[in-house]
Design a protein around this ligand. Structure first.
Ligand SMILES: C[S@@+](CC[C@H](N)C(=O)[O-])C[C@H]1O[C@@H](n2cnc3c(N)ncnc32)[C@H](O)[C@@H]1O
Length: 231
């Protein structure tokens, strides 16, 4: 039997899930990147690992352009994109709680005219013809066996059984990006790079690592900002 002790990814995912689910460890308001943010129950909390902070800092936001965030969670990246000069930001999440949370932070930071927030399974709720200068997902990069049943929205924020969501993201992203636009994925050394590369190839894309940061907590891993480019 495989246990989390054998798989560092599973160990990180289980630790993150435990921390995210522990009510006492979830401040209703948190500070990140010099701003305060609301945090609702059931939403991926950017306080337990560095992913949100690093990717939000590293992303090259298209100045006066359009930015699509898949899986906006509490809304830190989407709001920051607007504050950094994107003219139009679309923030999507499959989780109703995340959509509500992002709307709270859009209001808190006064960027409602530039950010729209929709509940959507990946790109499903976008209007026909929607195209973006940049597309980004801080992905649920811990792989689980394909037959694993995801029980709640927090699990879906961390785990992707069979990488089915990664496959769909890679298959569809190129359709929604402008010809000169860019596709980014927030990933890590604990994600399945071989599978990701193979899924990307099948979608006519290849992965490039733009930035990396080694961390010791909550596991030993390197956070990586990847770009997906047409082959
Ligand atoms: C690692 S969390 C990142 C949250 C937020 N962007 C951040 O950095 O704090 C991944 C997010 O992807 C969302 N997600 C997972 N599967 C999705 C899907 N099929 N469609 C849209 N969002 C999805 C989760 O609900 C979660 O909010």
């Amino acid at each position: 039997m495989t246990t989390s002790e054998d798989q560092p990814g599973l160990r990180l995912g289980s630790a993150l899930l435990r921390m995210n689910a522990a009510v006492a460890q979830r401040p209703p308001v948190f500070s990140l990147l010099g701003r305060e943010w609301d945090l609702l129950p059931g939403v991926f909390a950017p306080v337990h690992d560095l992913s949100t902070q690093l990717f939000t800092t590293w992303l090259p936001y298209p100045d006066q352009g359009s930015f699509l965030e898949i899986g906006c969670g509490a809304g830190v990246t989407a709001v920051t994109a607007a504050l950094k000069g994107c003219a139009e930001v679309t923030a999507l999440d499959i989780s109703e709680e995340a959509v509500e949370n992002t709307r709270l932070n859009v209001r808190r930071h006064g960027v409602g005219e530039r950010v729209r927030v929709l509940r959507s399974d990946l790109f499903a709720e976008l209007e026909e013809g929607a195209r973006f200068d940049a597309i980004f997902w801080n992905s649920s990069f811990i792989e689980l066996p394909p037959d694993h049943v995801v029980h709640n929205v927090l699990e879906r924020a961390i785990f992707d059984p069979g990488y089915t969501t990664h496959r769909s993201f890679l298959d569809q992203a190129a359709h929604y990006v402008r010809p000169d636009g860019r596709i980014f994925l927030g990933f890590s050394s604990l994600g399945n790079h071989e599978l990701l590369k193979s899924l990307a190839r099948q979608a006519g894309l290849e992965t490039r690592t733009l930035r990396g940061f080694p961390a010791m907590q909550p596991a030993v891993l390197t956070y990586q900002l990847l770009e997906l480019v047409r082959m």
